[in-house]
Design a protein around this ligand. Sequence first.
Ligand code: TYM
Length: 323
Amino acid sequence: MPRYLTGVQSSGQPHLGNVLGAIAPAIEFSKQPDAESFFFIADFHSLTTIKDGELRRKHTRSVAAAWLACGFDAQKNVFYRQSDLPEVTELAWYLSCFTPYPMLANAHSFKEKSDRLSDVNAGLFNYPVLMAADILLYDADFVPVGKDQKQHLEITRDIASAVNHAVGQEILKLPDALIREDVMTIPGIDGRKMSKSYKNTIDIFAPENMLKKQVMSIVTDSTPLEQPKNPDTCNVFALYKLLAAPDQIAEMRKKYEAGGYGYGHAKKELLALILEKYASARSEYTRLMNDKAELENLLRVGAEKARAVGSVILHRVRQALGF
Ligand code: TYM
């Protein structure tokens, strides 16, 4: 039975990029009758940036609620919080001893910030090793992610190969990234990759007035209202295309090309579509955010299921390494 595994950092409320790029595709995979899915909240990873424990716990709840609100079946699968299995940090240590320094120095996550080295903590530098441990601890076959995680998956495979080679046994399973071409990089309101760190997100679980503010501030060019517009270079259309049905997309394209249709109109249609498409997810999210006990209960059961698998693999690694 193929095992799917993926995680989302608890560094804020999940945004449209997380949902379209990873959460929704991962949930689709989890619905296959022969699939087994391990989906988790990467709260250890978010410590690299979020030092306030109360805030991190809130974001952890928010990510958990988003997974469930988007339709993940936590009973059938394995749904857990990374920090409930500190075993992962033990494996990360073993893996780090097989990870060449240049591999981490070349990681995009580090390189992006390497011009301000005083802001880089060792956790951020080692981030890909902990991510490799997340994946290798559970013998995952497939890891559904957005394109920005591709390099981390390559690092994971390289580290696993190095360990297997060193011990002369296939003790770690090499995973494959699953990156869906159509949603691999969702653009944010300024056209760059949607990301919390660029502050350009569309927060689909936010209150309606905030969501509206974000959608209305999507950057467009200054073509006057009456003139025809090119939908293929417009950020609003790029997002609309990802959510709408084919006939709705064709209709909006026609309006752009005809002229007399402003970007403000397109933004309003996009907002209405987001609110319609995520109406039930938004209300389920709000319900779950107000039911701490339900979330905690699911995560506790999930951690037990994850431990049953992870402890066997960790034992295998310890033995192979001579501990
Ligand atoms: P994170 O929390 O930054 O993002 C979670 C998932 O959302 C995807 N994503 C996007 N996809 C398309 N377009 C975007 N604009 C966009 N923004 C985010 C990410 O690619 C990711 O799949 N390191 C991971 C978390 C993690 C993990 C793991 C993932 C920790 N351990 C093990 C998989 C397996 C991260 O920071 O994702």
